[in-house]
Design a binder for this molecule. Structure first.
Ligand SMILES: [Zn+2]
Ligand SMILES: [Zn+2]
Length: 134
C-alpha cells in the first residue's frame, strides 16, 4: 500500500496514480476546474490574472490545465500560448498540431539516422610498389 501526504492539505491518503493529492482535494480541484472552464467560456478575453482572481485559483494550476489540454482559449483571448517547438500560436497544450504530428511521425520512424557520409572509395588493391627500376 502506498500512503502519501496530500500535496494540498497534508492529509495521509492511499496513493494510486496521478498527482499526489487526496480524493477530497482532487474533487475540489475538479470542481474548481469546471468553475474556471465556465468562467473562461463566459469571459473569453479574461487574462490569466483575472481568471486567477475571479475563480480563486493559482495561475500555476491554470497553466497545468492548459498543459493538460483541458483548458482551451478563444482566439481573441489575451492569453497567448506558443508551441514549445516552433513558436506557432496555439490555444491549448504545449505544441501546435503540426509539431504534434511531427512528433508522432518521429516516434514511428525512431532510429532514423542522419544520412551517413559516403564511404571512402576503397583504393582498389594495387598497393603501389615502392620499387623503382633504374
Ligand atoms: Zn488533500
Ligand atoms: Zn509547432
Amino acid at each position: 500500500m502506498n500512503v502519501r501526504n496530500c500535496k494540498k492539505c497534508g492529509k495521509m491518503f492511499n496513493y494510486v496514480a496521478g498527482p499526489p493529492v487526496c480524493p477530497a482535494c482532487r474533487d475540489a480541484i475538479e470542481q474548481k476546474f469546471q468553475e474556471v472552464k465556465e468562467f473562461v467560456r463566459q469571459n473569453k478575453v479574461a487574462s490569466m490574472k483575472e481568471i486567477s482572481l475571479n475563480c480563486h485559483v493559482e495561475e500555476r494550476q491554470i497553466e497545468q490545465w492548459i498543459r493538460e489540454e483541458r483548458l482551451v482559449f478563444a482566439s481573441d483571448s489575451p492569453i497567448k500560448l506558443y508551441c514549445e517547438t516552433c513558436g506557432a500560436p496555439i490555444f491549448t497544450g504545449r505544441y501546435c498540431g503540426k509539431c504534434k504530428n511531427d512528433q508522432a511521425n518521429n516516434l514511428g520512424a525512431a532510429g532514423r539516422k542522419p544520412e551517413a557520409p559516403a564511404p571512402a572509395s576503397s583504393q582498389a588493391g594495387s598497393s603501389a610498389r615502392m620499387y623503382s627500376r633504374k
